[in-house]
Structures are given as C-alpha cells and as structure tokens.
Design a protein around this ligand. Structure first.
Ligand code: SAM
Length: 290
C-alpha cells in the first residue's frame, strides 16, 4: 500500500528503518493486478517510480543502479548479441543494454503492462526512447512463464531487474534455484547472468537465499554492491556464469570492451568495478555467513 501522508512517502527501506521522502507531485497511482505503482516527483530526487511503497528508481541516481546492474555483465561477455531482460519496467535497463553496438536483439519481459505504459509516458528521462529501438522487443508476461515457453534458447546475457526478493509476491519465484536452472536452458553455454539481489545488510537471509541458489546453478559468481541514496539501503548485485569468472575481469579489458562497442558510462568503469567486486559484501554485526 503506497502511503501518502499528506505528500510524504514512508518507504519501508530496511526491516527496521523507514525512509521519509517528500513528494512534490503525483503523476499517476495505479493498483494493477500485480502491484501498486506510483509515478511521482520526489524532492531532491526528481521523477521516480515507486512499487508497493519501495522506490524502484529516481531520476537523480538511477544511472548508478542501472549501469552497475548491466555494464559488468555485458563487459564480462566477449560479444553479447542477444540479451534477455526480465523486469526492468522503466526501460532504463533496456537503455543500458542497447548502448552496446554488439547487441542485435534485446527482449524485455515485464509482467505488468501498466508499469511499461506509464513509464513510456512519465519516465522518458530514464528510458530515453529505448522502447522504440528496432533491436528491442517488449513482452508483457510473467518472466517465469516466458522462460518456460521461450522458443529462443540462445541468449548471451540475461539481466534480472525485478522487484526485491522481499517485496511483493510476483518476483519471489524468480530468485529460486529452479528458476535459475530453467534460465540456463535458454542461455548459451558461455552465457552471463546478473540479478539485483536486494540488500545483504537489511535483508540478510533473503540475500543469502539468492546467493545460495546462484552458487548452486553456476560455476562462477561475483558479488558487488553500492549505496543508492534514494533507496536508503545498500543494493547488492550477483553476476554468474559457467564460462567466465567475474573476479578475473581486469579493468583494461572492461574498458576496452566498452570502448570497442561505443559504450559511454557516467558512473562505472573497469577500475571501479574491480574495486567493488573486491570490497566484499556487508552484513549486520555478528553475522558470519558460512
Ligand atoms: N530497480 C528496481 C529495484 O532495484 O528494485 C527494479 C526495477 S523494475 C521497476 C522491477 C520490475 O519487475 C517491475 O516493472 C515489475 O513489474 C517487474 N516484475 C516483478 N515480477 C515479475 C515477474 N514475475 N516477471 C516479470 N516482471 C516482473
């Protein structure tokens, strides 16, 4: 339930914290069959998408989240041509994928038509017209169903940009071992997968559930995270592959692949990614994962 007390959003950022944000304008609020979505203007953060009271992305800092979600996985793959995005309603993840000149086809599968249609209308500042790129195809479907029915079984990179594993019910099954195993069936053998994985500090058990499932499904995993100001929590990402070890992606190779593909990033580069993946994951005091 999106709570507007007057014009304030009380986001349940962490299990024990609330994030108070001042809303200067409400563009649209919609109860869809899957979630409650709100397109608003937030003081200090600009245009934003809120789903079930969780900030999804804001104009001011979405570039950090979307570059970190997309660019390391795209850099890890030597020649990503076919990319599958599950979730990513705002179209910013699609925007980041289409930066790469190697990409011939990007399929974005989101369960909620309203998120996509409202984003097209209110969040041009994020999608920047990516929905209309001839290489892009948007499919409105549950990602779980898409993966089971997919006729295409040769994706180079899969990007899971879903609502948090602890948020609404729609996304939860797409963080399971069973789902990752089914995904592998539609990925090339040297495919790369990345998922946003919520917050290791504020939702530790939920994060470790995702990490455990990916560790079982893939040979290599790499964990990295950052602080997203508008989320008020640390945001974790996990990148996985059977062919390429994310910990061995050197800064020069990262930057060379970006340059060769004509990709210009605002935030991420090879050196920063190397630092992030080496810094280690943060957990609450006294929590020592096996
Ligand atoms: N940046 C956000 C974050 O870090 O929390 C996530 C971005 S995006 C808004 C999340 C998207 O996941 C939404 O558009 C939602 O409709 C979609 N989604 C949730 N469950 C899904 C499912 N089972 N299949 C496909 N899309 C799903």
């Amino acid at each position: 339930m999106v709570e507007f007390e007057g014009l304030i959003i009380l986001e349940p950022a962490g299990k024990y914290t609330r994030h108070v944000l001042k809303v200067n304008k409400v563009y649209a609020v919609e109860k869809t069959p899957y979630q409650e979505i709100a397109f608003v203007e937030i003081e200090g953060f600009g245009k934003a998408l809120v789903i079930d009271n969780f900030i999804q992305s804001t104009e001011a800092d979405e570039h950090i989240y979307h570059e970190l979600l997309v660019q390391p996985a795209m850099a890890l793959h030597p020649k990503p041509e076919k990319v599958l995005i599950i979730g990513g309603g705002e179209g910013a993840t699609l925007r980041e994928v289409l930066k790469h000149s190697t990409v011939k086809r990007a399929v974005m599968v989101d369960i909620d038509r309203d998120v996509v249609e409202f984003s097209k209308k209110y969040l041009e500042v994020m999608h920047k017209g990516s929905f209309h790129d001839p290489r892009a195809e948007v499919v409105i479907m549950d990602g779980l169903v898409y993966v089971e029915k997919a006729s295409e079984r040769d994706f180079d990179v899969v990007i899971l940009d879903l609502t948090d594993p602890y948020a609404g019910p729609a996304a939860k099954p797409l963080y399971s071992y069973e789902f990752y195993s089914k995904l592998k069936n539609i990925m090339k053998r040297d495919g790369v997968l990345v998922t946003q994985a919520g917050s290791s500090y504020f939702y530790t058990q939920e994060y470790l559930y995702v990490k455990e499932n990916l560790s079982r499904a893939f040979k290599y995993i790499g964990e990295y995270w950052t602080w997203i100001p508008s989320f008020a929590v640390n945001v974790n990402f996990i990148i996985a592959s059977d062919a390429y070890n994310p910990l061995e992606l050197e800064p020069d190779e990262f930057d060379k692949r970006m340059r060769e593909r004509g990709v210009k990033n605002v935030y991420i580069d090879g050196r920063r990614f190397k630092g992030l993946i080496l810094v280690g994951v943060i957990y609450p005091r006294g929590f020592t994962p096996q």
